[in-house]
Design a protein around this ligand. Sequence first.
Ligand code: GLN
Length: 224
Amino acid sequence: MSEVIKIAYLYEDLMNTYGDSGDVKILSFLLKQKGYDTQVDNISLGMKFNAFDYDFVFFGGGQDFEQSVVAPDLQKHRQTIKEYIEADMPMLCICGGYQFLGKYYETSSGQTIEGLNILPFHTIYKADSRMIGDTEYKTEWGTVRAFENHSGRTYFDDKSELKPFGEMIEGYGNNPDEKQEGMRYKNVIGSYSHGPVLKNENVADAIADKIVVAHKKRMANAVK
Ligand code: GLN
């Protein structure tokens, strides 16, 4: 029997725009090729969550309304998510899920949705068009092609701590001003890319490798 890699999908029922759940399916497929089975748990409203029970945490995109529903519940998991991130464990957050790692997201209707305030960035709205369309950008693992659709503009508050995920070739990414896409901190990737983004096999493979390393680390800690 194969070893089981455990994946937490945060609020899958509420945060899944433009096929983001495909990211988890692609990872399960790649991990199977590497000899592992996967178990995916949907962590939704009112549920208990210990991030250290998992080898990977995924957070998909969402519409403003769903984000406002998720936000108060998510705060209960702040500590475990923060410790998980600081322990170098892997996490992928897309669009609305990415916005949640920062301080806040000001929506087009003037509502402020509190973020987890784990990483130093914030997201605001400015009265002109949404950032929508195809994207292409360069990352550490090569070129990525995806799709974006968001009104939030993300800005880093501390550029010494966070790195962008990519440098834009086409599209907006974080905002219309900086030509950068997403965010990296330790083994966390935040991105505005749907599509799903992990149809880009270069990035999918790199994340699958990180997950295997994290799984081995978790298993080694469990037997101590
Ligand atoms: N609702 C957020 C925004 O418009 C996130 C969108 C998304 O996750 N696709 O910025």
